[in-house]
Design a protein around this ligand. Sequence first.
Ligand SMILES: C=C(O[C@H]1C=CC=C(C(=O)O)[C@@H]1O)C(=O)O
Length: 402
Amino acid sequence: MQVALDQDTISLERYLEQLFAELIEDGHQFAVWRKPKSPFLQILVDKSGQTKRISPQLEELTTGFIIHPFVDQHDKKAYYLEADEYIKLDLSLPIETQLSISKTMDQDGKKAKSILNQFFLKKSSTKEALNKNFECSKIEFIKLVDKGIQAIKDGHLNKIVPAKMKKVALQESFDLVQSFKSLLNSYPNAFINFFHLPELGTWIGASPEVLIQTKGNEFYTMSLAGTQKALGDNPLKNAAWTQKEIEEQALVSRYIVDCFKKIRLREYEEIGPKTVLAGNLLHLRSDFKVNMATTNFPQLGTVMLELLHPTSAVCGMPRQAAFDFLSQHENLDRSLFAGFIGPVNVEGETSIYVNLRTAQIKNGAALLYAGAGVTEDSDPEKEWEETEMKCEIIGKHLNLNN
Ligand SMILES: C=C(O[C@H]1C=CC=C(C(=O)O)[C@@H]1O)C(=O)O
């Protein structure tokens, strides 16, 4: 369902601008998200002033929002925002009927806008210089893909997912809330997210990939891989996949099935692969469902989170060899890119997504991240183009200086 933000756009924008400006000024940590196909915008605020790190025993956690980087820290802990405040807005209804908007609300939004602009456009020369080291040129990326293909041919790997970071300056006219709204309207099937933690920074994204989801007794995960541009009037119907892409996705599915085998879980439903739309890209996706009651696996969410991350959709296969390859050859601090994020135990549901199609807003710039699944038959030039298209999914909504 496409959520239209038409008549009541003004008040929603003003509300979000003022809320974000106040929370950032007060140094609070917060996360805002809209799940795929949902009409609800959910906002969770942690006012403790402390950066909390927890062991992801999902079933035991209070309502919150989890954030884990790509790299496992030695203690395997994740960052966690606890819900001191939780707001749920129905985007299909006028905002003023759902909230008592205070009289002190800055009606034209100028003050809030200026607070946000000052915060996001200010530059810090030292940090900027550090980030520059991780920017990746086309030549460097193609060399990395070539190395990956060679490692596959030599039998060390089956699949590898090299990634890059692209840094683009924000324009003076950058408008965070407009960008966020634009993502909401453009990507109804994605997990639209924006989160800010003084210690971890500010991120905005539209993830197409569920890592794990639990609701009642149902556990869900997916294998997502293979990418092509969505073309024509009916892109889902007209898509044709190459052997390379079919294998690439099959490896991700096999990885999930291997995880189930490891814990001796035999009863699961596998549906697919089918072609799905993510922005203007198409992917192949298989869905996996387990009934946690009949299989007697009440902690399946926690167990699978530990086994799945990082999946072969963002790292490669075999997992450890692929991870070691990336540590050695990929000159990139992935930071939170390809980690996982999402609400935990919010209204009885946990929905954790792979942090893809994302950007960090920092020092007057957007750091856009993207990776591409490489197999023996990959064409390095095409893999580069794929990462460019993936960066555009967020980049084109940020009003960037190209
Ligand atoms: C690594 C990314 O996408 C993954 C998810 C879907 C398709 C992918 C691919 O075709 O390479 C990637 O495995 C990314 O968006 O940066």
